[in-house]
Design a protein around this ligand. Structure first.
Ligand SMILES: NC(=O)c1ccc[n+]([C@@H]2O[C@H](COP(=O)([O-])OP(=O)(O)OC[C@H]3O[C@@H](n4cnc5c(N)ncnc54)[C@H](OP(=O)(O)O)[C@@H]3O)[C@@H](O)[C@H]2O)c1
Length: 238
């Protein structure tokens, strides 16, 4: 049974939930590889406070060459990873237009899938060899309640919702594939969070959401009855 972890890789860690998760893991004494896309500036305060325990790694989860380069960079510092948090995500439907106005020509559908759905697969595959030799063997996909088909009440946000449903399916497929090899693979809805994506009216601060998420994703592997749940630990219908 997997009992402890030391080294964590988090994608999309430059701001929002990923940044708050990085800070919490560092506070708890773990070593964090924090993936950033456009800039590592958001990580500079943590870098000053935690020095070598934090390693900022450039990674675009939608770009195979960038993901390969990130693996090479991480391997310069460690030969094992315990926990991968696939957190990077985009919501490109600012105006949440009705179905009749869904634009198939602006590329937002494909771009959303490339990050939210295929990104976690690409990153998981690339880092699998490091995770396989880790003690903890845990992969956590930050999906969303928006990916639940069973609980869906929305009538738009096609790209985001469909990408998160695909991320949920990826979680189940990875669970089926990797749990016989000792892995725990989880899909987590982190709550509605006050980030650039969630907006200021959201329920939770990033710090609150990160605390909830860390407590539910670091449970004893044998105790997970469901592998898709929210930040309180409540199971969600697929
Ligand atoms: N906020 C909510 O209420 C909420 C609710 C449910 C689920 N979630 C999920 O929680 C996760 C984190 O959301 P958040 O609210 O923290 O979002 P956010 O504040 O918008 O931050 C998104 C992060 O993802 C990174 N990112 C975007 N595209 C990327 C790519 N191609 N490759 C690598 N990194 C990329 C961003 O990097 P840059 O800074 O470089 O752009 C940023 O660090 C997402 O998966 C989101 O879908 C959020």
């Amino acid at each position: 049974m997997n009992e402890s972890y030391d080294t964590v890789f988090i994608t999309g860690a430059s701001r929002g939930l990923g940044l708050a998760l990085s800070e919490l893991f560092l506070e708890q004494g773990h070593r964090v590889f924090a993936g950033y896309l456009s800039s590592a500036t958001g990580l500079s305060d943590l870098q000053e406070r935690y020095g070598e325990r934090l390693c900022a790694v450039k990674i675009d989860v939608s770009d195979p060459a960038s993901v390969r380069a990130a693996v090479t960079e991480v391997k310069r510092h460690t030969d094992t990873l315990d926990l991968l948090v696939n957190n990077a995500g985009v919501h490109l439907e600012g105006e949440r237009v009705p179905f009749e106005q869904l634009d198939f020509g602006d590329g937002h559908l494909e771009a959303t899938m490339a990050v939210n759905a295929f990104g976690l697969l690409r990153v998981t595959q690339a880092f699998l060899e490091l995770l396989e030799v880790g003690a903890y063997k845990r992969i956590v996909n930050i999906t969303s309640e928006a990916g639940s088909i069973g609980a869906c009440t929305r009538d738009r946000e096609f790209a985001y919702c469909m990408s998160k449903s695909a991320a949920n399916m990826a979680t189940k497929l990875l669970h089926n594939n990797l749990s016989p090899r000792g892995f725990t693979v989880l899909a987590v809805h982190p709550g509605w969070i006050q980030t650039d994506m969630g907006g200021p009216a959201a329920d939770l601060t990033p710090v609150e959401a990160a605390a909830d998420v860390v407590s539910v994703i670091t449970g004893d592997a044998a105790d997970y009855e469901s592998i898709y749940f929210d930040h309180t630990g409540a199971a969600w219908p697929w």
